[in-house]
Design a protein around this ligand. Structure first.
Ligand SMILES: Cc1ncc(COP(=O)(O)O)c(C=O)c1O
Length: 387
């Protein structure tokens, strides 16, 4: 049993320096600020907002991302996340959830059950998925988003392709699918290094979904959904000319947390990161100028980011990074000539680390310790685990 899962509440009111290690710390002021910025941007544009719940898979942050019911739709990547958001539907704060991967057959019975409590939308990028829905044979047609691949090459059918044309035709002809709209996710926008590059990807997303919506009759009500955290960070630059039948929505997931990958895009600052990992120095090795900490691949993930070497960076000592990891060990070394491990670190010292990819790092923890501006634990959030 995870120690934090049994003892987390006893840390409320205590400083982060008292937390067990490794622990995941969330700065409440940073999360609130990150969410407020995005809300201001989407509300300024007058578009809809669909937060992804996969980053800090918890009710408290989902409630915040929905603006306590101002925004009423989410996207999820696991059934566990959908089960997790159901209390918000019960409270009347949430109307619908998109299951964000192309649907597989074994999930359909569970999705049909979940649909009794919350409107469920499915993601479709292949005619075979329409056949699956027909074979399953639900009482009502499923609302589907058709996923367009705008360059990430993860899921989706290529914009402007004949495959897209025939998928739209196939879905239109089916009694078991109803096209709700077109969705693209610009995962490749993580490679942006300037605001202009992210804006360019955002406008490509927009033109792809608008192009796809032209495959349906002009009077057909549709939702077109674009986004990713880097393109969401520049959404206020969007000059959108929408056809009258179409509603535009933005989706994003990582934005409440941010991480070193987001900082590397140059669209957020290092202090905009809400997540840190608390760890302790287990040993110091002057002969190789390294230190050992008790946070390894499980606590940090093996994700990397372009501007910060290794698998995590020490808060307040950004030249010190976790350059090698084993399962539960991390090795700290500096990129600065002359920096000395035995001057910077001693056995038992606490270190706090920024992570490269908050979504993957957060998924390893059973409890999130939520702190105020003075690093005092004010709450604990229990994330939804598993699938
Ligand atoms: C389908 C879908 N929508 C939205 C998101 C959110 O992206 P981000 O975390 O970059 O905001 C993801 C992330 O993987 C996704 O897969």
């Amino acid at each position: 049993m995870d120690y934090s899962l049994e003892h987390h509440q006893s840390y409320i009111g205590k400083p982060v320096s008292d937390l067990p290690t490794p622990s995941l710390i969330i700065s409440l002021p940073a999360v609130k600020k990150n969410v407020e910025i995005l809300h201001k941007d989407v509300e300024g544009l007058g578009i809809r907002f669909r937060p992804h719940v996969k980053t800090l898979k918890a009710l408290e942050v989902t409630r915040m991302m929905l603006g306590e019911g101002k925004h009423r739709a989410v996207v999820a990547s696991t059934l566990a996340e959908i089960r997790g958001v159901l209390p918000l539907a019960k409270e009347g704060l949430l109307d619908e959830c998109l299951y964000g991967l192309p649907v597989v057959s074994s999930y359909l019975p569970q999705l049909a059950e979940l649909r009794k409590s919350l409107r469920i939308l499915l993601m479709v990028d292949n005619e075979q998925q329409v056949s699956l829905l027909e074979k399953f044979g639900a009482d009502q047609p499923w609302d589907i988003f058709i996923k367009i691949d705008v360059g990430t090459h993860r899921a989706g059918v290529l914009a402007g392709s004949s495959a897209l044309h025939s998928l739209v035709k196939r879905a239109e002809a089916s009694n078991h699918a109803q096209i709700y709209g077109f969705y693209c996710h610009a995962g490749h926008s993580y490679a942006s290094r300037t605001s202009e590059q992210a804006q360019q990807t955002l406008s490509e997303e927009f033109s792809s979904v608008i192009g796809a919506s032209g495959l349906l009759p002009a009077d057909r009500e549709l939702v077109v959904s674009i986004g990713s955290t880097p393109t969401a960070h520049v959404v206020s630059s969007l000059k959108a000319q929408l056809p009258g039948n179409t509603k535009l929505e933005l989706h994003a997931g990582n934005f409440p947390a941010n991480d070193l990958q987001q900082v590397s895009t140059s669209l957020v600052q290092i202090q905009d990161q809400a997540v840190r990992i608390a760890a302790e120095v287990c040993s110091v090795y002057p002969e190789r100028n390294e230190a050992l900490i008790n946070a390894g691949a499980i606590a940090l993930s093996k994700e990397v980011s372009p501007n910060y070497p290794g698998f995590g960076t020490v808060v307040g000592k950004l030249d010190w990074g976790v350059i090698r990891v084993s399962q539960e060990h991390g090795i700290l070394a500096s990129s600065k000539t002359g920096a000395l491990a035995d001057k910077e670190f001693h056995v038992g010292q606490r270190v706090y680390l920024y992570c490269n990819h908050a979504c993957i790092t957060a998924a390893a923890f059973y409890v999130y310790y939520v702190v105020d501006a003075n690093d005092i634990v004010v709450a604990t959030w229990i994330p939804w685990k598993g699938w």
